[in-house]
Design a protein around this ligand. Structure first.
Ligand code: FAD
Length: 413
């Protein structure tokens, strides 16, 4: 058992207040700032357990919905530590953008995942033995203490440390021999930070499908070291399993959609769960009406993830009202949005760009329906995304080597 590689930090940093508001996200950012430099570089890989998150930011739930933006997190960290000391942390924030850009240029990977996921649900329905193994894993009744504990953490709290996510996915795939797509589905239903790109592609990465033939194998000794001896599943893990393979899937990058521009002087503003910080959207026009498109989240209605989302959406509506001085209704159906848009008497509605995933599918339907009413729905893409996504044509390295330029240009964006 190794000792903690950094000084113990105050209680406020250890305990995370998982409230779905921008204020809670900003408070967590401020609490974590002193630890974002050398301490993060040294200690981030250790999973100290749910009562101590002092060695990582735990900002992912707020970043995933852009209650706080990548740009403000990186800018605050840079101001506090400078690039060199905070490079590791900054790299991690850019990993999120890398996965997004990678998937944006290869939406067929998500299509295949969704087809497989639905087909596998049918397979499970017809295979009682598989259904039982799956149910045991999801109930945290595998007899592998670390895995069972992470299941409880995931299903109650809605959050896991990055290393625990890697071990979890690896044990699911290689030891329990369950389909990775159903593991990704289970994560997505419960994670407060559920993100289509980071989640789907990380599961593919663990399985050995992202970098062909390179998989991630969870080892008991590594788990023991990086949980500071809380767990040691010696003899319980498949530590020599081979990477997964899959039928051919085209993963060459396609083109990114063109950036769209607003032409009108009066517009409506429609936000959604992919970007809940409308105050910082680059808008050139006067907002005469605002609203929020609610897209139902998968996962238990009264679970931590859905509670976080509901709070986050309400928080965004309140901020819309304050920032633009208009009423901001929360709308759950296409018809509601259409009526709202027509009532505004505008020719354009701006909405944050929705990366590939369920919200983007709703936005596409809405775009067509609004066009029938003579209203243009304009997807406004942030310069952060426009500058990072084109760098995700291959491996992360291409983006990583541009990091000094990317962060230097942040002030000028
Ligand atoms: C199987 C698996 C599934 C995952 N699913 C998700 C998901 O649905 N949503 C999600 O946001 N992250 C996901 N991740 C990535 C990563 O585990 C989390 O982003 C990270 O644990 C969040 O903790 P943190 O905020 O303390 O991160 P920190 O270590 O403090 O890093 C700061 C920020 O950088 C980003 N980041 C860090 N590591 C990664 C990474 N490996 N990939 C992408 N972004 C990263 C996050 O936005 C994070 O908040 C997954 C990883 C694995 C292995």
């Amino acid at each position: 058992m190794s000792s903690l590689p950094f000084d113990p930090t105050p209680q406020a940093l250890s305990r995370v207040d998982w409230t779905g508001t921008r204020a809670a996200g900003l408070a967590r950012l401020e609490a974590f700032l002193p630890a974002a430099g050398a301490a993060y570089t040294r200690a981030r890989n250790t999973d100290l357990g749910p009562d101590d998150r002092s060695n990582v930011s735990a900002l992912s739930p707020w970043l995933a919905r852009r209650l706080i933006t990548e740009e403000e997190v990186v800018s605050r960290v840079m101001a506090c530590h400078g690039f060199v000391k905070a490079e590791k942390f900054i790299q991690e924030v850019y990993w999120r953008s890398y996965w997004k850009g990678w998937l944006e240029m290869r939406p067929q990977v998500l299509t295949r995942f969704n087809q497989d996921r639905l087909a596998l649900k049918q397979t499970v329905a017809e295979d009682p033995a598989l259904a039982q193994r799956l149910a045991r894993a999801k109930a945290g009744e595998t007899g592998i203490a670390c895995f069972d504990a992470w299941v409880r953490e995931l299903t109650t709290l809605g959050w896991l440390h990055n290393h625990a996510r890697m071990w979890f996915a690896s044990i699911w795939i290689f030891t329990l021999e369950l389909p990775w797509q159903l593991g990704a589905d289970f994560f997505f239903k419960h994670l407060l930070d559920a993100d289509v790109a980071s989640n789907t592609l990380s599961w593919r990465w663990v399985a050995g499908l992202h970098t062909k033939g390179k998989h991630y194998l969870a080892r008991a000794s590594n788990i023991e070291t990086h949980t500071l001896g809380r767990f040691n599943p010696a003899g319980q893990l498949a530590e020599n399993a081979l990477p997964l393979d899959e039928p051919f899937l085209q993963t060459g990058p396609g083109a990114l959609p063109e950036r769209e521009i607003l032409f009108e002087e009066r517009i409506g503003l429609l936000v959604h769960g992919e970007d809940l910080h409308p105050e910082s959207l680059p808008l050139s026009a006067k907002v005469v009406g605002a609203g929020l498109l609610h897209v139902a989240e998968i996962g238990p209605a009264d679970g931590a993830k859905n509670k976080f989302t509901r709070r986050a959406e309400q928080d965004a509506c309140n901020r819309l009202e304050q920032a633009f001085g208009v009423e901001a209704p929360l709308m759950a159906s296409l018809d509601e949005v259409l009526n709202w848009a027509v009532g505004l008497d505008v020719k354009e509605i701006a909405t944050p760009y929705a990366p590939v995933g369920p919200i983007a599918w709703h936005v596409t339907d809405l775009k067509r329906a609004l066009a029938d009413q003579g209203i243009r729905l304009v997807q406004v893409r942030r310069s952060w995304d426009s500058r990072t996504w084109p760098l995700a044509t291959g491996g992360f390295f291409k983006l990583k080597e541009k990091l000094p330029n990317l962060v230097r240009d942040l002030d000028r964006a």
